[in-house]
Design a protein around this ligand. Structure first.
Ligand SMILES: [Zn+2]
Length: 290
C-alpha cells in the first residue's frame, strides 16, 4: 500500500456498466481515485445474479495493480427494519449476498442503509428482527471478511437512526459484532439535523460519532454536499462547495482523527470531470492534514 499512514484515501462511487473490471477501474484511473465504491448488483432490485469468477478475478487484479481500496454499496431497497415480511426477508438475503459479493471482488466493506421501521408501532419489533436475521449472517464472517457498514439515512419518517445517538440501538441489535462499522454520509447527517456547516460543527459531529461507536468502527465517509438546509430530512446530494454544507466543513472533515482509516467516497452529481476535480480538491485539503 502506497498511501501514507494516517491519511484517508480519496475516491468516488464508480459506474460498472460494461463490466466492473473495465468501467470502474478506468473511472478510477481517469479521476485519480484511491478508493472506489461499486454496486455489485442492481441497486434498485432484489436480483442476486451469479458471480462470474473470471470477471471478479480480473477486477481484483486490476484493483490491486492500481492500489485501490474497494467498497460495495448494497441495494437501496434493503430495510432490515421493515414491517413487510417479504421486504425484511429480501433485505437479510440481499445483505448476505452483498457481503459475499464484496468478498469475491476483494472489497473491504459492504454499505447498507440503516432503514426505517415505517410504522411507529413497529419500532421495537424492528430491533428484534434485525437481531434475529442478521446475527447468523454476522457470525459466519471471518476476521478478514468485509465489514458490514451501517449508513445512517437522512432521518425521515420512522428512520431507525434519526440522529447519530440512535446508532447505539442499531449496534445493540447487532450485539456490537466486531465486523460491523459505520459509513457516515455527510449529506444525510446534515439532513438529519447535525449542523456540520457551522464553524466547528463537523469536528463536533465527528467527535460525537467517535464517542458513540469508537474510532475503530468509522470505516467510510460518503463525502457529499447537500442541496437542502440542515434538518431538512432530505437526501439530495450536491457537489462539494456548491451546496448548503460548504467547503470549510470538508476541510474540518479531512483534518479530523476519525477519518484516518475511513476513505472519503464521493456520491456527488456528475462523472469523471466533476469527480476528478473534487478528488483533486480533497487531496489538496488532505495535504494540510497533520
Ligand atoms: Zn451515501
Amino acid at each position: 500500500m502506497s498511501m501514507p499512514a494516517n491519511r484517508p484515501r480519496i475516491g468516488a462511487h464508480t459506474p460498472t456498466s460494461g463490466g466492473m473490471a473495465k468501467r470502474s477501474i478506468d473511472y478510477a484511473i481517469a479521476t485519480e481515485a484511491e478508493a472506489i465504491q461499486v454496486f455489485a448488483s442492481n441497486p434498485r432490485g432484489w436480483a442476486m445474479p451469479e458471480a462470474n469468477p473470471e470477471a471478479d478475478k480480473a477486477f481484483r487484479e486490476k484493483a490491486t495493480a492500481h492500489d485501490l481500496a474497494v467498497y460495495v454499496h448494497a441495494p437501496f431497497l434493503i430495510n432490515l427494519g421493515s414491517p413487510t415480511v417479504s421486504t425484511y426477508e429480501n433485505s437479510v438475503a440481499s445483505t448476505a449476498y452483498s457481503l459475499k459479493r464484496a468478498r469475491e471482488i476483494g472489497a473491504l466493506g459492504t454499505v447498507i442503509h440503516t432503514g426505517s421501521a415505517v410504522d411507529e408501532s413497529h419500532v421495537e419489533t424492528a430491533w428484534k428482527q434485525i437481531n434475529k436475521g442478521m446475527m447468523p449472517v454476522l457470525k459466519k464472517l471471518k476476521e478478514d471478511d468485509p465489514w458490514l457498514l451501517l449508513e445512517p439515512t437522512a432521518g425521515q419518517g420512522q428512520s431507525l437512526v434519526k440522529k447519530l445517538d440512535d446508532l447505539t440501538k442499531y449496534f445493540d441489535a447487532l450485539e456490537w459484532h466486531p465486523k460491523v462499522g459505520v459509513c457516515l454520509d455527510t449529506c444525510h447527517v446534515f439532513a438529519a439535523g447535525h449542523d456540520i456547516a457551522k464553524k466547528g460543527g463537523m469536528t463536533q459531529t465527528l467527535d460525537l460519532l467517535v464517542s458513540i461507536v469508537g474510532i475503530e468502527r468509522i470505516k467510510l465517509i460518503h463525502t457529499n454536499d447537500s442541496m437542502d438546509v440542515c434538518g431538512a430530512l432530505k437526501d439530495r446530494h450536491q457537489n462539494l462547495g456548491e451546496g448548503e454544507i460548504g467547503l470549510k466543513a470538508f476541510e474540518e472533515l479531512i483534518a479530523h482523527p476519525a477519518v484516518a482509516n475511513a476513505p472519503l467516497i464521493l456520491e456527488t452529481p456528475g462523472q469523471e470531470p466533476e469527480h476528478g476535480a473534487e478528488i483533486a480538491l480533497l487531496k489538496k485539503m488532505r495535504s494540510k492534514r497533520k
